[in-house]
Design a protein around this ligand. Structure first.
Ligand code: FSO
Ligand code: SF4
Length: 563
């Protein structure tokens, strides 16, 4: 195995003997094989699109031939290409989503079946397939011995770095596109870009400049994807509202729901209503408490515990069942593993998995029955934390914010979005937040906030000093807020705003968020707690020269340069 896709990669270089995340060698290799198969599928998808473009008659034929076996959702942008499968499969390889070899073996076979089906239809139509890349021709049983599958097969370290940066950005994009897709929102341009970018990683004729361009384009499509997800979430569940989220516990047994999937949240709340079982959010599900459609449920008690990596102690103490809708799953301890359920792309050998039924519904009754037999959660803390400052809520107080800046009450906004992680050096973010001057406001999204969202940093004239826009994907909200502030201050360049960026990253969604910020021209981003191992020295130089990106240093030094 060779995996360096996340911030916790071994020695800051690569995991080569089991992952620091708990991923086995076998699963790491299967993930590489799946990605390779997806590149081949993308090439075939492209071929199909090109052919349909030239022969519109083929479209009906492809639709008729593929429909029976397609898993594609209603409203799919092109019903002969299953772009939902593509985003599912990419998403499954994000850090801490799925640890099950059985699942990856199945998805490799599915990718192969889909690819071959489209190929045979194209062939029957007389299309020449000889120019397809090897990834579009290889059989699943040959993958284990194929050198080209490995990340290290790309010898030039800069090309390898850019190819991987692109693939990781696409994994993040796929995660967000997946959440939008289950709510019925898809975009053909995004699906086409994912295929084009995957195929580009197989193309030896592309230069460093070509690939750098694609990486930034990935960021632009990232903005588009996050906007699509924002639209999907807010049109379905309303705009998040400023909310004081309870962090204490009640006396009923509960179900703890974690991850990012709001549709799962919705179905769980509906199915638990009136059962005497309460629902609590964990980790990245915290922002769900601020959506009008969810707030109306009295049995949604609040948030339990901290960010993803604390689950080993917190799931233990919760006493009731836990539903993991997405990452970050930590390999569970035996003491509570029988209470952990996975769904969607999440998987772990031995854990119970809730499948989606026809029409996209899920039956959580087994979890609810288990909860009824459980003791109520052990109280970890009490009080409340403010959340719900996504773009709609933040912009509703935009006048107040602009006035506070003009009056000198707010000197600076610090975007501290991104991820949390288990390494001790993440304490840096707590210290940084503590030491910020009283007139600085933190804008956040993602699970990075758990390092400072319980510090009670107060408010400035009623504006909380931690404005929490929501999950990592709601970083889109921070972009909207920055753009609106630039308008209000009549600035052409968002870099002229009193906004600084001190971003923490962990996995591939954060890579996409970072690329999205770069594509918008955001400069001087400070990134930590480590720079990505997959960024080669030359690629880093390109990022430094064009965007002045840098690694975080000490709290004192960074406060000085960011304020
Ligand atoms: Fe955190 Fe994990 Fe949302 Fe990531 S839960 S670390 S950026 O997966 O997805 O913020
Ligand atoms: Fe290592 Fe991160 Fe890859 Fe897991 S996802 S194997 S921790 S680099």
């Amino acid at each position: 195995m060779f995996c360096y896709q996340c911030e916790e990669t071994a020695k800051g270089e690569a995991c080569t003997k089991g992952g620091a995340c708990g991923k086995s060698n076998e699963v790491a290799d299967l993930q590489d094989q799946l990605i390779y198969m997806l590149k081949g599928l993308a090439a075939v998808n492209q071929k199909a699109r090109d052919t349909v473009h030239e022969n519109p008659g083929l479209k009906t034929r492809l639709i008729n031939a593929l429909k029976g076996n397609e898993q594609s959702k209603e409203g799919e942008p092109e019903d002969y290409i299953d772009s939902h499968f593509m985003v599912e499969a990419l998403f499954s390889t994000v850090t801490n989503v799925n640890f099950s070899a059985t699942d990856f073996e199945k998805w490799i076979q599915d990718a192969y079946d889909k690819r071959e089906q489209i190929k045979s239809e194209l062939q029957a139509h007389g299309v020449d397939l000889s120019d397809l890349p090897q990834a579009a021709k290889i059989n699943p049983d040959e993958l284990g011995n194929a050198e080209s599958v490995s990340i290290l097969a790309t010898e030039d370290e800069d090309i390898r770095s850019l190819r991987e940066l692109l693939v990781y950005g696409l994994k993040g994009m796929a995660a967000y596109a997946y959440h939008a897709s289950v709510l019925g929102h898809q975009d053909k341009d995004i699906a086409v870009f994912i295929d084009r970018a995957l195929v580009a990683t197989l193309d030896d004729s592309l230069s460093v400049d070509d690939l750098t361009g694609l990486v930034l384009e990935c960021g632009s499509f990232g903005v588009k994807t996050m906007a699509m997800l924002d639209e999907a979430n807010t049109t379905t569940y309303g705009h998040p509202e400023p909310t004081e989220i309870n962090i204490g516990t009640g006396n009923n047994p509960g179900i703890l729901i974690s991850g990012h999937d709001l549709k799962d949240m919705d179905q769980l709340l509906k199915q638990t209503e009136g059962t005497g079982v309460d629902v609590y959010t964990h980790g990245e599900m915290l922002p769900a408490n601020a959506y009008p459609e969810f707030k109306k449920y009295e049995h949604l008690v609040g948030n339990y515990g901290g960010s993803w990596w604390q689950q080993k102690t917190e799931f233990e103490k919760f006493n009731g069942p836990v539903l993991m809708t997405t990452n970050c799953l930590v390999p569970p301890k035996d003491s509570y593993s029988d209470r952990v359920f996975t769904t969607a792309m999440v998987g772990f050998e031995g854990l119970k998995h809730i499948e989606e039924k026809e029409g996209g519904t899920k039956d959580f009754s087994e979890i609810i029955e288990m909860a009824k037999q459980s003791r109520p959660p052990e109280q970890l803390e009490n009080g409340a934390i403010p959340a719900g400052f996504a773009h709609n809520a933040a912009l509703s107080v935009a006048d107040k914010i602009v006035d506070a800046v003009k009056a000198g009450q707010i000197s600076r906004f610090i975007v501290m979005a991104g991820c949390d992680g288990r390494q001790h050096d993440r304490e840096y973010y707590t210290e940084f937040a503590k030491q910020l001057p009283q007139d600085a406001v933190i804008l956040t999204a993602g699970c990075a906030k758990y390092r400072y969202n319980k510090l009670d940093l107060g408010d400035i004239g009623g504006i909380p000093r931690v404005l929490d826009a929501g999950q990592c994907n709601d970083s889109y909200s921070l972009v909207v807020i920055a753009q609106k502030l630039a308008e209000a201050f009549e600035l052409d360049d968002i870099n002229d705003l009193p906004v600084s960026y001190n971003i923490a990253w962990y996995e591939q969604k954060a890579v996409l968020v970072l690329l999205a910020l770069l594509s918008l021209g955001v400069k001087d981003i400070v990134l930590g707690p480590r720079l990505p191992a997959f960024v080669s020295p030359n690629v880093l130089n390109v990022l430094v020269e064009n965007f002045n990106i840098s690694k975080n240093t000490t709290v004192e030094n960074d406060l000085e340069r960011l304020l």
